[in-house]
Design a protein around this ligand. Structure first.
Ligand code: T46
Length: 145
């Protein structure tokens, strides 16, 4: 496993909801939101998105050792259930100009996807399966070391 000290020390208090700039068109052409260099507390190395998720399906079910991320409900809504192994928090995402910053070392599950919802993920690392903790018991011992 990685050696990022923050990862096992991070608590649910480090999870943060941020506002993303929303530019409303003066002529009624809708809205535009922009994520720029300084919008997020990390540099984005990868972007992926979840879509066509059935309402009874759950995504996530893991923690990351190093990776930080920002989740945005660019369409529709879903719940993000977070825990640091001690405290739990549920965040309902339903606005394209709202981002959920999840630091490393936090267990997350995504559920209750509305029809047509899209979860955009802006993340700090390239894909690396060895960065995942997918077993909750392993996660709990990782957090209590
Ligand atoms: C997270 C939540 C919100 C890749 O090959 N490349 C990628 O960049 C990603 C993200 C996944 N994959 C493969 C790995 C699996 O074979 O796609 C498959 C599904 O991935 P996973 O089961 O990890 O999907 P989710 O939705 O449970 O989790 C994903 C991210 O992996 C994770 O970082 O926080 O979305």
């Amino acid at each position: 496993m990685g050696t990022n000290t923050k990862s096992y020390l991070n608590s649910i208090n480090q999870v943060e909801l941020i506002s993303i700039e929303k530019i409303s068109d003066p002529e009624g052409r809708g809205n535009l939101s922009v994520v720029e260099k300084n919008t997020l507390p990390f540099e984005v190395k990868r972007v992926y998105y979840l879509y066509d998720v059935p309402s009874d399906a759950s995504r996530g079910g893991h923690a990351h050792i190093e990776l930080e991320q920002c989740l945005i409900a660019v369409s529709g809504s879903f719940d993000v259930v977070l825990t640091d192994g001690k405290k739990k928090k549920i965040v309902h995402l339903n606005k394209p100009n709202r981002g959920l910053i999840i630091p490393c070392g936090i267990w997350r599950e995504l559920e209750n996807f509305s029809s047509g919802s899209v979860c955009l993920a802006l993340v700090s690392e390239v894909y690396d399966e060895s960065d995942y903790i997918r077993d909750y018991e392993v996660f709990k011992s990782f957090k209590s070391r």
